[in-house]
Design a protein around this ligand. Structure first.
Ligand SMILES: Nc1ncnc2c1ncn2[C@@H]1O[C@H](COP(=O)(O)OP(=O)(O)OP(=O)(O)O)[C@@H](O)[C@H]1O
Length: 245
């Protein structure tokens, strides 16, 4: 897999004297799937805000390949191929599943290109490929409003995939999902990583185990532990601040 690695090195974020991130460092390799866990207030959301340009670090380096992300604003970072999925899906209920994906494709093309927009065969194929990837091939012509909670989350992941991100940040994807939907989501994220890097922030440890990837444990704005799920679950420091409570 060619592609860019994400380097976060010595990053601190200080809000009114409070250190939300404190010398945070990690590397995400191209095509890697990584889970990030940690107690409330550990700095997970702030870490994603720094990568996407919503928050500027007080100190440290954030690079995507050779590009310094700290110098770019949010739209420029998105255009570089860094996508973010928030917890709450933002799909359009009154449109079909297919139309939602079509809209995500148009969003990439920009307003002028959309003016003359015609859905070429190539783009139709791309939408159908994403429908297969997210497991919604049978639901393409259904209104998004008819989807289950889990299916809506997968559709939103599909909408991000239409933009062909190189790095996808996913915030608590399985909150409120059934066990079966959770399993499906783990398989989906494991499948879509490889062609792109995927960072998943999640509290559900069974889901994290199902992802079968390296886990970073954050606490008080920094990395407390890193390794396989078995490694971090047996790390006494992790047990003390996170698992043992
Ligand atoms: N804009 C802000 N101004 C001041 N403090 C902030 C701001 N944003 C976050 N914080 C604080 O920074 C700390 C880290 O918050 P963050 O939301 O990144 O943690 P988290 O790990 O995502 O938590 P959770 O699991 O609850 O979502 C928290 O103590 C929070 O109150």
């Amino acid at each position: 897999m060619s592609g860019r690695a994400l380097y976060v090195d010595g990053v601190s974020v200080v809000f009114d004297g409070f250190r939300a991130l404190n010398n945070l460092s990690f590397i995400i390799e191209p095509g890697e799937l990584r889970a990030v866990i940690g107690p409330n207030g550990a700095g997970k959301t702030t870490m994603m805000d720094v990568i996407t340009g919503k928050t500027k670090p007080t100190a440290g380096i954030v690079k995507f390949g050779d590009t310094d992300l700290t110098r770019l604003d949010e739209p420029r970072i998105a255009m570089l191929g860094i996508g973010r999925k928030f917890q709450k899906p933002t799909v359009f209920d009154a449109l079909t599943v297919f139309e939602n994906l079509e809209l995500a494709l148009k969003a990439v093309r920009g307003p002028i290109a959309c003016w003359k927009w015609r859905l070429a065969a190539e783009q139709r194929d791309r939408i159908e490929a994403v429908l297969r990837e997210i497991g919604l091939s049978e639901r393409g012509q259904d209104l998004a409003g008819l989807l289950s909670h889990g299916q809506r989350q997968w559709l939103e992941i599909g909408m991000l995939l239409m933009q062909e991100p190189e790095l996808l940040l996913v915030d608590e994807p399985v909150a409120g999902m059934t066990d079966q939907e959770t399993e499906h989501t783990a398989a989906l994220l494991a499948r879509i990583a490889g062609q792109r890097s995927v960072v998943v922030v999640e509290h559900d440890l069974e889901f994290v185990r199902a992802l079968g990837c390296k886990v970073t444990v954050m606490c008080e704005g920094t990395v407390l532990s890193e390794g396989s799920i078995d490694h971090v679950q047996n790390d006494p420091r992790v047990i003390e601040v996170y698992l043992g409570r």
